[in-house]
Design a protein around this ligand. Sequence first.
Ligand code: GRF
Length: 217
Amino acid sequence: MQVVILISGSGSNLQAIINASNENDCPFNIRAVISNRPDVKGLQRANAAGIETLVIDHKQFDGREAFDQELMNRIDSYQPSLVVLAGFMRILTSQFVEHYSGQLLNIHPALLPDFPGLNTHERALESGVEQHGASVHFVTTEVDGGPIVLQSSVPVKTDDTAETLANKVLEQEHIIYPLVIKWYAESRLVLENNKPLFDEKELPATGLQYAEVQENQ
Ligand code: GRF
């Protein structure tokens, strides 16, 4: 299965997905990496792995619609089965999201539906939650609001800072994102009528929990 990955920055999730794609019997291939920002580390990571890269700088476009249209044209030229947002820091138009309905995944650094949007680690600390984490979800027109597939939790300790928490959460992101992409490539995961099915079973509202998935493996 061919995947196109969209990035805007460091690309540590991209790296985790590249590593997974290099494992024996991996069911997906990264066809291309597209960044809306030039000169980001994620592009270097893709180049180092011999993956085709493309920069589509949103600043060169007159508005969100024009940028998204170009993005769609370029993505479609690669004919991917799945589009993966890996730290892609742009809000997408409904036209874009609907075009890839059921074929567009995102990772968010919080246990959705808690803390959609930015600065999730700071907000988790301020609110005093005991558990924080990451969620992989299908993308819908509601920002960070699409059906959740898989979450992984980390405990919030009293001495955690936004930075230590971010690092713990990122570690989990790097595990769960490649896993979900594999499931999708194996057709174990599909979106039907806006509901994610895993092995033909409907998922709970907050998706599968990685700790439980691990126990059952
Ligand atoms: C991750 O925390 C991801 O959840 C969020 O943006 C960050 C991207 O990090 N959407 P990286 O570029 O993958 O290192």
